[in-house]
Design a protein around this ligand. Structure first.
Ligand SMILES: *[C@@H]1O[C@H](CO)[C@@H](O)[C@H](O)[C@H]1NC(C)=O
Ligand SMILES: *[C@@H]1O[C@H](CO)[C@@H](O)[C@H](O)[C@H]1NC(C)=O
Ligand SMILES: *[C@@H]1O[C@H](CO)[C@@H](O)[C@H](O)[C@H]1NC(C)=O
Ligand SMILES: *[C@@H]1O[C@H](CO)[C@@H](O)[C@H](O)[C@H]1NC(C)=O
Ligand SMILES: *[C@@H]1O[C@H](CO)[C@@H](O)[C@H](O)[C@H]1NC(C)=O
Length: 600
């Protein structure tokens, strides 16, 4: 061949599979909003597609599976937990920090394996009772219904991660948590029966708090054990150790922590940790981790930062030479790394891109989109799309419990009527129309919109029936607009619980109303209402601050509720929601973005 032909040949090779020769540029987070504890794999057998799962805590459906062909565009393709009877115990979990913790996703010989834990924070840590560990499998990650029922296994901890050794034996690693006993456990695990062998604790980390999220990788004759340490907030970090034997002893990496933002308060991405590692078609390594877009003040009183979105999924290129240790690139908003395939979105799957807008009309014959979530298990009869006589609406039947609820109520398995979606942008607008006039009849019947982090942190704007306090009134019930909420965390105690009531403007009476929540800047959410179809008439009735919705384990969700606030019985009224719109307006990926936007 002539030199010219060599060149053409080389270029053609580099372009194989649509992979460009140039290093890539991408934006973090790759999956924005409440998508913590990512675990991802590259599956050449499935048309060279990457798949990720993230923690879902009390959200149902849960365990969202995202797929990508370029590591940049992520489509929500299924939910591994989509049938209430997979985990009936989810209905009875008290405490906002209960639910499904860190899953691990792996692929082997045609089967996807997902191991995770349903945690009941109310039960003691000392024995197995708090942790319900289980395995789900599928051969079709694009279909929620194809995910199996769980195989439960008895393991006194959480963050289970499976590992297949070269001799064909299967193991699980996980985090042991009793405060006086923290460390990483390994045990043989029979993936068919859930039978567990003898548990050993071969490495307990570098001394950081809460060693957890273990994953094992076998390379070049070494067993590499990847960990998270420091707790999932400001001291979060990624550490590693390796051994020639799975049983240890493990030798820590000389440069631990391998990835963290703990000492970098200039980074907009904080709490970086809980990583997983995988390769691409060229054999280059990548890491995912969770991060919080909090700015450097995360964790500093008096909590002035706006960090309302939650723990999100971020991506970083990794260099991992033979016989060496992985080198992670620190997380930032705009990053460059190994060459990636040309932009493409998987054609299969049930949902939409992770940062897509919503324009949902609840047309007859449709179902709720797969990214819509409830808290704990829903009573499905309370949510009906386009019932006869109310086409293009979502009919909601009320619950006795409102969004605050109390642990005792949840322990009884009582549901709340609520459906929402994750906040996926720094600035967004969310609105619905509601036909309430023939629904709300008695005192404390209420339908509204909420921005909710969990049962202890939410702000709501609702139409509610209350006894008239007007002079000369005989105490009859009338519709009002009520803005109220609750913000209480272990970190700052009870911050606020506004409760403001407004007379419904006279010419709004009986009309369908638009209820809207908008992130107006980096620090505040505004709650507005007005007659439906008349944007010009929207009026603000309240504000709350982002730092009153601190991401604890889950993340911010926007949605609608219908409740009788503790009165009457279940399903005391039915109301109709329509024109569900969520519009992403802006993504902040640096402190400069925040400052620039706030200066207007
Ligand atoms: C880790 O901690 C456990 C529990 O305290 C202990 O039994 C084990 O020996 C420790 N492992 C190592 C390698 O130090
Ligand atoms: C391409 O990205 C990799 C991974 O981050 C990095 O090691 C390498 O230096 C980059 N190459 C160029 C030419 O920038
Ligand atoms: C939303 O969907 C409706 C019905 O499909 C359509 O008429 C409308 O133009 C859409 N609006 C936007 C902003 O996409
Ligand atoms: C929720 O309902 C309870 C009654 O079950 C009531 O005491 C409480 O004030 C309500 N609060 C909020 C903020 O939802
Ligand atoms: C955001 O908007 C609210 C409400 O208008 C205002 O009080 C607050 O000062 C604004 N914050 C910034 C950082 O501009």
């Amino acid at each position: 061949m002539q030199p010219f032909h060599y060149l053409v040949y080389a270029l053609a090779l580099l372009q194989l599979g649509g992979v460009s020769a140039e290093n890539s540029t991408f934006q973090n987070p790759i999956i924005s909003g409440f998508h913590p504890d990512p675990s991802c794999i590259f599956v050449p057998e499935f048309d060279s597609t990457w798949f990720c799962v993230s923690s879902s805590f009390l959200a149902f459906p849960g365990l969202p599976i995202h797929a990508s062909k370029d590591l940049i565009h992520w489509k929500h393709v299924s939910n591994a937990f989509s049938r209430a009877d997979q985990l009936p115990g989810m209905a009875f979990l008290p405490k906002a920090t209960s639910g499904i913790y860190a899953p691990t996703l792996r692929f082997r010989e045609g089967i996807f394996y997902l191991t995770t834990t349903l945690v009941n924070q109310q039960l003691p840590r000392v024995n197995d009772s708090r942790w319900d560990n289980f395995l789900l499998t599928t051969e079709d990650p694009y279909t929620s219904d194809a995910w199996s029922d769980p195989v439960h296994f008895s393991f006194p901890g959480f963050d289970p991660s499976p590992f297949w050794d070269e001799d064909g034996k299967t193991y699980v690693s996980g985090a042991h948590t009793a405060a006086y006993y923290p460390g990483i456990m390994h045990a043989p695990l029979d993936l068919e029966t859930g039978e567990i062998g003898e548990i050993i604790m071969p490495w307990n980390g570098t001394g950081g708090a809460s060693p957890e999220a273990p994953h094992i990788f076998k390379r070049d004759g070494w067993y590499y054990l990847l960990l998270a340490e420091g707790g999932t907030r400001e001291h979060h970090m990624v550490t590693m150790a390796r051994s020639r034997s799975l049983q240890g002893p493990y030798e820590p990496a000389p440069n631990n922590p391998l990835l963290t933002a703990a000492s970098d308060t200039s980074s907009y991405f904080q709490a970086v940790g809980h990583a997983d590692l995988f390769q691409d078609a060229n054999g280059n390594w990548w890491g995912v981790a969770l991060a919080v877009r909090a700015g450097g003040s995360y964790g500093e009183a008096p909590y002035s930062a706006n960090f309302p979105i939650g723990r999100e999924t971020v991506l970083t290129p990794v260099t991992w030479d033979e016989g060496g240790w992985p080198i992670f690139t620190p997380i930032s908003g705009t990053m460059s790394g190994w060459p990636l395939p040309e932009t493409a979105v998987p054609s299969q799957g049930e949902g939409q891109l992770s940062d897509a807008d919503d324009n949902i009309t609840f047309a007859p014959g449709t179902q709720l989109p797969i990214h819509f979530i409830h808290w704990r298990l829903p009573k499905l009869r309370n949510y009906v799309v386009s019932p006869p006589g109310h086409w293009n609406t979502l009919a909601l039947k009320s619950s006795v419990l409102n969004l605050t609820g109390f642990d005792g109520d949840f322990a009884l398995g009582r549901g709340q009527t609520f459906v929402g979606r994750r906040m996926a942008h720094s600035l967004f607008r969310f609105r619905i129309d509601v036909d309430w006039a023939n629904s709300l009849m008695k005192e404390e019947m209420e339908v509204g919109v909420s921005v909710i982090q969990d049962q202890a942190q939410h702000f709501d704007l609702g139409v509610v029936m209350l006894k008239s306090t007007a002079q000369g009134s005989s105490g009859e019930v009338k519709p009002y607009l009520r803005f109220r909420g609750h913000s209480e965390t272990p970190y700052h105690g009870l911050l606020g619980a506004p409760s403001e009531v407004y007379e419904l403007p006279e010419d709004w009476a009986g009309r369908k109303l638009t209820l809207q929540i908008e992130a107006v800047n980096s620090t505040h959410f505004a709650f507005s209402a007005g007659p439906a179809g008349d944007e010009g008439e929207l009026r603000v009735f309240g504000y709350c601050r982002g730092d009153e919705l601190v991401p604890y384990y889950s993340g911010v969700v926007l949605g609608v509720y219908a409740t009788t606030n503790g009165k009457y019985g279940e399903n005391a009224f039915e109301t109709y929601v329509s024109n569900w719109r969520y519009t992403g307006l802006k993504q902040f990926t640096s402190q400069e973005d925040v400052d620039g936007s706030d200066r207007g």
